[in-house]
Design a protein. Structure first.
Lengths: 346, 346
């Protein structure tokens, strides 16, 4: 049997930690073969939970830590004073090579800052970026979008690097050979939008061997599946991600109101329930849980803070998949010989 | 009887022009009292349509034009060569004072460029902005969001001016005394996001007599109704607007799939139909049609290009409402004595 893939778990991070985390690890361990977990956190809580949830003893090891990074801790303070926390120790195990990837549902800002400082960026990467999956009209083929908030401002080089990293990420996660990449803009014409985006487009056109660049995409393409990867600066990406969330919530609430508005509607709803549950599942944010901090010397996956066990298990699944396929090394190779001079427009 | 409100109509602009336009004007004339329409475009088409749709002869006058701005015309070319078009002539009537507002469903870029050049900006306004209504959880109280794409990049002063213009616009359109204004950002903490946004926040805090500033809002607040007005640069605003569209479309399509997936679901759907139509109506983009180009010396309202008659009539309604309340003069007054020095943070 091959060496198991070792994954670090920040067992104390997240609104429902450590219980949802340990149960999520148990669910992931059932779906993933040959994975070993390092659980960082309070042993007095974790040990009984692991036994109660039925996590096999051969599948984990607990590293006791006393400290936890709080949800409202400032990233700068977390990095300075949090070196004994479960979060830092879990990341540090990736740095030493003891594990291949780290998963946390804790404080996002702190986790990004710590991951960046502890793991460092891949040679050739100017800025790491946060990437996540979004539902589309095509089942089994979500979008990947980045950056989702790590960099409020980006230049053309950053956007090009995001395109390459997103492309490698998509290839490994969804086994798609040549995923298409779109740059998020406010129109599809070449003259539209911000200068850095137009420049990035020209650079990408000169690197077709690395990226299957498909042109500009717009906000309505985020859920359309027009391209596999959508690249944006972290500000617009974060706004778009949260807008999807807000619009889904609005429609869900209006739908609930509609159902409760009449007796016939209630009966209709009961009859349609199995079909509606399928719809709900397609949009279930838990299935898209696991945002990846791309561009670091190590795999760092952020679960949603409020994730339950099922959601957490998907984030662990992303970490395992990427670790198995050696994401970081593949990004490093793809970034070699990148031509950063914009192709002149003819 | 008071003088009628005169509205210019670019009868040739839009995918369904002139028929949907004339029918839309007819619908608007039924809802709005004492309005007179100047219809710009091909008289041979407009005159029979106006009669066929039953628009009263006392309610309109046709100004014949031969030329039409095409949907794919570049704004710069439209401005240079389009002075005999229905679009330009309709805008020009606002400039001469013959009409109080102009409505067009034609080429957005051309309409914005022409409006800006023909009408000019209000003294004290650095950049005009495109504003539109978005549905929220509160019926009868939509959001107004701006800028939606007129300015891909904005500085702090622009964002402050947008806040004031959006606030006046909301007050007049929804009769709300002191509408709350939020700045779109990627987090609610003061240290988050881009510098120009943080600076705009400090300026707004020093102008509480003009704007009811309520702090940072995020993407999920666009449909939540947390604040009445949401201010953003035109890039993120455009992305967010189109993301709402894309997410709504995804859910609608998945819902249709769900309904067709089983016989029971189909029956359920029929029973729930009246309730679902109510939901559909709440999200109906036609009810939110009519984007306003704020900051000009004249009221310039853009209807969606694909609007049908009902949608068009809502855009006309917005124009009439704002003309009745003398929007431009009120914006000018509010921008006087604005304090543009950021308040120091204590």
């Amino acid at each position: 049997m091959a060496e198991p893939i070792v994954i670090s778990i920040d067992a104390m991070g997240g609104d429902n930690a450590p219980e949802a985390v340990i149960e999520g690890v148990k669910l992931a361990s059932e779906k993933q073969e040959n994975v070993f977990f390092l659980l960082f956190g309070d042993e007095r809580q974790i040990a009984p939970l692991a036994r109660a949830k039925g996590l096999p003893e051969s599948a984990y090891k607990i590293y006791h830590t006393d400290e936890v990074i709080k949800a409202d801790e400032k990233p700068s303070a977390a990095v300075r004073y949090g070196r004994n926390s479960s979060m830092w120790k879990a990341i540090y195990a990736v740095r030493t090579g003891e594990s291949k990837a780290v998963v946390s549902a804790g404080n996002t800002g702190a986790f990004m800052a710590m991951s960046k400082i502890c793991l460092g960026t891949i040679a050739g990467v100017d800025r790491p970026a946060l990437a996540a999956m979004m539902p589309t009209l095509n089942p089994g083929r979500p979008n990947v979008m980045l950056d989702l908030g790590a960099n409020a401002e980006c230049n053309a080089t950053n956007l090009v690097e995001f395109s390459i990293m997103g492309s490698v990420f998509y290839r490994l996660l969804y086994k798609v050979k040549n995923p298409s990449v779109g740059l998020l803009n406010i129109g599809s014409e070449e003259t539209k939008g911000r200068e850095e985006i137009r420049e990035a487009a020209l650079i990408l056109k000169g690197n077709k061997n690395k990226v299957n660049y498909a042109g500009f995409v717009e906000g309505f393409d985020i859920n359309s599946g027009k391209t596999d990867v959508i690249v944006s600066d972290g500000f617009s990406g974060n706004v778009a991600l949260k807008t999807v969330e807000g619009t889904s919530r609005l429609i869900k609430n209006l739908f609930k109101e509609a159902v409760h508005s009449s007796f016939l509607a209630k009966i209709g709803f009961v009859l349609a329930l199995p079909a509606l549950l399928k719809l709900k599942k397609r949009m279930d944010p838990r299935l898209y849980n696991g945002a990846m901090f791309l561009g670091l010397n190590g795999i760092s996956v952020k679960s949603h803070g409020g994730a339950d066990a099922l959601g957490y298990s998907y984030a662990v699944g992303v970490a395992v998949d990427l670790a198995r396929h050696d994401l970081c090394e593949k990004i490093r190779v793809e970034l070699e010989d990148l031509i950063l001079t914009p192709e002149s427009v003819s």
